[in-house]
Write a protein that binds this ligand. Structure first.
Ligand code: 5GP
Length: 190
């Protein structure tokens, strides 16, 4: 998606450790017009499919997932990275190794908000090693839901997640696919 690639080139900052900072338009301040265009693009890409629900991970995935859910006119559910006192005890969970924080956490999603046979579109902001998306996929599979595919805003295709998950049969559509980036600011797309 050229609009997103241009924005990454203009405002993205490559940090050490293979991290692309997109805080000025996606991860901290949100450019709502850009995010709406991303939601519309996922709607176009998955328009041949029946989708019952969008599932993402708090917090960075929510904006894109919200715009996508509005296009499909379906509910959005976000999996949580930590459990609060008012969380239900009845939840699915799966472990994630955080790429940016280098820590582990359990992703949780209440059993109330995902049902057997529901057709799910997964959405996230980044795909790197695949740990987050694998956890989302595993929660859906445990719940007996059907995964239609995954929509990713920015995939770093030189990291292993995309290949591993595509090889497992998951359909993944990424709006920007980075083939290489370096700390001197150079970013290349596939
Ligand atoms: P993975 O689990 O695929 O290794 O990483 C995906 C998750 O880590 C995403 O949900 C995203 O929040 C975060 N992430 C991975 N790579 C980057 C990156 O380069 N920049 C930012 N801002 N987040 C990233």
């Amino acid at each position: 998606m050229k609009l997103l690639e241009d924005r990454i080139l203009r405002d993205g900052k490559v940090l050490s450790g293979n991290v692309l900072k997109v805080d000025s338009f996606l991860n901290h301040q949100i450019d709502v017009e850009l995010v709406d265009a991303m939601g519309e693009e996922f709607f176009r890409l998955f328009s041949g499919e029946r989708i019952d629900k969008i599932i993402t991970i708090e917090s960075s995935g929510i904006s894109v997932a919200y715009s996508t859910a509005r296009c499909f006119k379906v509910p959005l559910v976000f999996a949580k990275k930590s459990r609060s006192v008012n969380s239900s005890d009845d939840f699915y969970s799966a472990p994630v190794v955080s790429f940016t924080r280098k820590t582990s956490y359990d992703l949780t999603l209440s059993r109330e908000y995902i049902s057997k046979g529901e057709r799910i579109l997964l959405i996230d902001d980044f795909l790197a090693t695949g740990s987050a998306l694998i956890a989302l996929r595993d929660i859906c599979l445990t719940a007996g839901a059907d995964i239609v595919g995954a929509g990713i805003a920015i995939e770093k295709s030189y990291q292993s997640g995309g290949k591993t998950l595509r090889d497992s049969g998951l359909r993944i559509e990424s709006l920007a696919m980075i083939s290489a980036m370096s700390e001197n600011g150079e970013i290349k797309f596939c």
